[in-house]
Design a protein around this ligand. Structure first.
Ligand code: A2P
Length: 283
């Protein structure tokens, strides 16, 4: 990826701008609206939200205020854990579209594979849910479908019945926090890996080893982490509500990390929190 307008191509040919704007933990209301507007004005064309973030309405207002034509934007939202049933998926999607004020989504993801309320039969529930996702895709309500926080055994459950293999898996991913098995599975199945919390939710930014690396490349830790993501073939989704940082996080095309350093960054000790285990999560 050489410039902010470069895209990943999904398995169905849909183009996904290479850096997405994350909105997890962005407060609903003016903050989310302003952040999304600043992001789009600053050049982002890919916005990521979720029903559970509680900010879809404000994200939608920011999108509308930008005045950028809908077809130039790539908008993702996610199905929450209370709707892993065939009959609930379409309603949940319609409600997200309504809150966002959109006619269609570019990407709709199952947010988590194994919520407690469906855990007794997670395979059956994922398969049921995926069937409805495939129908949304066939109806054109969503231009691409995918998953988030899925590990190989969850992806197996989909693969055994899928007519359409997920086009994306969005996982927690940053230097030192790399699930090689999940990534290898995605690559084999032609799924693009999106990186959420690409800055380790901000925890990486002061890590001395990363500060040293950033100095070597005359950049910041944030930009180093995002550049690492792109060079590794991942689509980073940095979140910020600060205009200067929003602009910085997409200005990552003027340096190149060496192959050796990519490897060192990949294998760094984990600076962030441990991730959430989807099979034991309480939500
Ligand atoms: P803020 O939103 O207050 O600007 P992640 O994308 O990994 O979840 O990280 C998000 C966190 O990192 C937020 O706390 C955000 O702060 C902070 N952040 C985002 N971009 C930068 C940046 N370029 N420099 C420093 N902190 C950043």
């Amino acid at each position: 990826m050489n410039k902010q307008t470069d895209c990943f191509e999904l398995s169905n040919g849909v183009k996904m701008p290479c850096v997405g704007f994350g909105t997890w933990q962005t407060p609903d209301g003016q903050v989310a609206e302003d952040a999304v507007l600043a992001a789009i004005q600053g050049g982002y064309r890919h916005i990521d939200t979720a029903a559970i973030y509680g900010n879809e309405e404000s994200v939608g207002i920011g999108i509308k205020k930008s005045g950028v034509p809908r077809e130039e934007l790539f908008i993702t939202t996610k199905l929450w854990n209370d709707s892993h049933e065939y009959a609930k998926v379409k309603t949940a999607c319609a409600e997200s579209l309504e809150r966002l004020g959109l006619e269609y989504l570019d990407l709709y993801l199952i947010h988590w594979p194994n919520p407690p309320q469906y855990r007794a039969d997670f395979v059956g529930s994922i398969q049921d849910t995926w069937k409805a996702m495939e129908e949304l895709y066939a109806e054109g309500k969503v231009k691409a479908i995918g998953i988030s926080n899925f590990l190989p055994h969850h992806m197996d459950a989909i693969k055994s019945v899928a007519k359409v293999i997920p086009m994306v898996n969005q996982i927690r991913l940053y230097p030192g926090f790399v699930d090689h098995d999940t990534i290898a599975y995605c690559r084999k199945e032609n799924m693009i890996v999106q990186a959420y919390s690409p800055l380790g939710t901000g925890e990486l930014l002061e890590a001395p080893a990363l500060v040293e690396f950033a100095e070597k490349y005359k950049t910041t830790v944030a930009k180093l982490c995002l550049r690492w993501s792109l060079q590794m073939g991942f689509c980073p989704l940095p979140k910020s509500i600060t205009k200067s940082r929003i602009l910085d996080n997409i200005d990552i095309f003027d340096f190149e990390i060496s192959g050796l350093d990519l490897e060192v960054l990949t294998n760094m000790k984990n600076f962030g929190e441990a991730g959430t285990d989807p099979d034991t999560a309480s939500f």
